[in-house]
Design a protein around this ligand. Structure first.
Ligand SMILES: CC(C)(COP(=O)(O)OP(=O)(O)OC[C@H]1O[C@@H](n2cnc3c(N)ncnc32)[C@H](O)[C@@H]1OP(=O)(O)O)[C@@H](O)C(=O)NCCC(=O)NCCS
Length: 223
């Protein structure tokens, strides 16, 4: 029994090594084609729907202060919607994982208010398959409804496409219609069955019509 288990362990390890090699080969071929998919130097000031403004920037690697500032602005329900737990604070490990961006496999774009507080973050993290990434977003409660999540998601999707990602996967509460609608704008979306109140969304980034182009077309039609 033990011998069989050990034999299976060896086979499993070999399978994992083979998968890892394939994954790395495919990643190398993707990264060869993109150059700097996520330059950390892209910083822009944007005016929001209500006339206020924020600076949008990629998170810097190790920027745990920005994560802490963002988390502090999220109400209990918002934290639950993002992390599926009523967290009073982020533990150090989670905080450093969220700040471990490399602008290729893991990217995070932040919105920063004029007082320096981080009021929204959208991110993708490549998982399992080289062309898939998990996506997530949360905006500080005091900053909702001004278009921040839409802008962050648009930018994170653009960077993901540049890094060779073709599909976003999002896990969210089945009742979270706001985020389901927001994410569906990024591309053709399928929503899986609800399991314990949670659904998985798959967003095909290849099918996307960038929102800015759509809005411009609508503006032209309106004009
Ligand atoms: C969902 C969320 C990210 C939206 O952020 P936001 O900055 O307010 O979003 P936007 O201002 O870009 O709004 C996008 C659209 O959603 C609508 N919307 C935003 N929040 C909403 C809410 N709570 N209920 C209903 N609609 C909402 C807006 O009216 C807007 O619609 P429009 O573009 O047709 O005018 C924010 O409410 C949030 O942080 N929620 C908790 C975190 C979360 O659920 N994360 C999901 C895990 S992936």
């Amino acid at each position: 029994m033990l011998v069989r288990a050990v034999g299976r362990t060896v086979v499993l390890r070999e399978e994992c090594e083979l998968m890892l090699t394939r994954f790395e080969t495919e990643l190398a071929s993707i990264s060869d084609g993109v150059g700097d998919a996520g330059s950390p130097t892209d910083i822009e000031r944007v005016v929001l729907r209500d006339g206020s403004s924020v600076v949008i920037r990629p998170l810097a690697a190790g920027d745990e202060a920005a994560i802490a500032s963002w988390f502090a602005g999220l109400a209990a329900e918002t934290r639950y919607a993002r992390f599926f737990a009523f967290l009073k604070q982020l533990d150090h490990r989670t905080q450093s994982e969220l700040a471990r961006v490399d602008h290729f496999n893991h990217e995070a774009i932040a919105a920063v208010a004029s007082d320096g507080s981080t009021v929204g973050i959208a991110r993708y993290l490549r998982i399992g398959k080289p062309r898939s990434a998990e996506v997530a977003v949360a905006v500080a409660d005091a900053w909702r409804g001004r278009g921040i999540a839409s802008m962050l998601l648009e930018r994170v999707a653009t960077r993901a496409r540049a890094a060779g990602i073709e599909e976003f996967i999002a896990i969210c509460l089945a009742t979270n219609h706001a985020v389901i609608r927001l994410l569906s704008r990024l591309g053709a979306t399928t929503v899986g069955p609800s399991d314990a109140g949670v659904v998985e969304l798959r967003i095909d980034l290849k099918s996307t019509r960038p929102r800015s182009l759509l809005s411009r077309a609508a503006e032209r039609r309106a004009g």
